[in-house]
Design a protein around this ligand. Structure first.
Ligand SMILES: [Zn+2]
Length: 385
């Protein structure tokens, strides 16, 4: 495999045309010229380049409008692929996706010990498995995108710190580029999830978009005008560590009363055990949801209270960023049936203006469990498109 076999000279017009074909294909050259305002001769010459690069193919699905049927253009699904990886603290999931986000093969391997050596060995093995399963030639793979839990230095592709696994300074990009000779991009998992949701969730064009991931921790990814926000010290979106209560429980970050000490799966279990006298010792977040589904009122109440707490965190986010759309995902949101009504009621009670209270900017993930892994793959696609 040779790094950089896939290279594309990107221009604004080329990017506009490629994106138009991605979003609206099958589409004719004439229609592209009409909607983008690029002249027909320029469209034709750029489409020829895209076809030479095997990114675009012709199909004959055009509607005849009296004359000759126009030739329609589509993204080529069989020539270029990306590897996406969701590197969690318990397991590593890898996939190969085509250019439009169809997952073709998957692998998942458990992480049994939290050492850098073991983490990297499992990561490499998960990627090798999907590339081998696909039976694709290396030069058809554009690159590898990694969604890593914890704080990531995007420029160097280094995992700086993960509270959940205790790993520090893992040089993911460097090691994988040496191993696979492909370009590698590494991103924090909540930001990758936001990108996956935005890229594949069919939201159209939104100026500001936030995805909140509530699971073992709480993170968020923010997109402004199509681009991820990082902030000056690259910690924008760490809403799990907003202080909600000055004398609250101690958080993994060392502070007290952080948002995530109230709403993660573990937090829900802790609160259930305090409030429900006969709660079983081996209670889990999934069990709380199961009992609630079975109609056990005391467990439903725990989830409704959790919804209020999530709503309070979201109101803080609305008051600081006021995004057009807030998407909720992650393991805890599987209980959305019990959480969502109190999340929405809390926003309606607490948001500052009538308009903010009424406009429903909250929605559940549309991409679902694959948002993070597809977002990892999209780290490479954003470079291409
Ligand atoms: Zn914290």
């Amino acid at each position: 495999m040779v790094r950089g076999t896939f290279q594309m000279m990107k221009s604004v017009n080329k990017s506009t045309i490629l994106n138009k074909i991605r979003q609206s294909g099958p589409i004719s050259r004439a229609e592209i010229a009409k909607v983008t305002g690029i002249t027909p001769p320029t469209v034709s010459s750029i489409v020829k380049e895209l076809m030479d690069e095997k990114l675009v193919v012709e199909s004959n699905l055009g509607e005849s409008q009296g004359g000759r049927k126009p030739t329609m253009l589509l993204l080529n699904r069989n020539e270029h692929y990306v590897v996406g990886v969701d590197a969690g603290s318990d397991s590593i999931k890898a996939c190969v996706s085509d250019l439009v986000g169809n997952i073709l093969v998957r692998s998942e391997l458990p992480i049994k010990s939290h050492t850098i050596e073991n983490f990297l060995a499992v990561l490499i093995q998960a990627i090798q498995l999907v590339i081998k399963d696909m039976g694709i030639e290396g030069n058809k793979v554009i690159g590898i995108g990694i969604a890593m839990h914890g704080v990531v230095d995007v420029a160097t592709g280094t995992s700086l710190y993960s509270a959940n696994s205790g790993l520090r300074n893992v040089h993911i990009k460097e090691v994988l580029e040496d191993t696979f000779d492909l370009q590698v991009r590494v991103e924090n998992n909540s930001r990758a999830m936001a990108l996956g949701e935005y890229w594949f969730g069919d939201y159209g064009t939104l100026k500001s978009f936030t995805v909140i991931n509530i699971g073992r921790g709480v993170g968020s990814g923010m997109i402004e005008s199509g681009k991820l926000r990082y902030g000056a010290q690259e910690i924008a979106g760490e809403i799990g560590h907003m202080t909600i209560s000055l004398d609250g429980e101690k958080c993994s970050c060392g502070n007290q009363g952080c948002f995530e000490t109230f709403v993660t799966g573990d937090a829900i279990v802790r609160r259930a055990k305090i409030k429900i006298p006969d709660a079983p010792e081996e209670l889990t977040g999934e069990k709380v949801y199961e009992y609630a589904l079975e109609g056990k009122k005391e467990y439903q109440k725990i989830l409704e209270e959790t919804g209020v707490l999530i709503g309070i965190g979201i109101v803080n986010l609305i008051h600081s960023l006021n995004p057009e759309k807030i998407v909720l995902g992650g393991g805890v949101m599987k209980s959305h049936k019990f959480l969502m009504p109190s999340i929405i009621a809390t926003i309606q009670q607490r948001a500052l203006t009538e308009k903010a209270r009424k406009d429903n900017m909250i929605t559940l993930t549309r991409v679902g469990d694959d948002a993070t892994i597809l977002g990892a793959a999209a780290l490479l696609l954003t470079k291409l498109f």
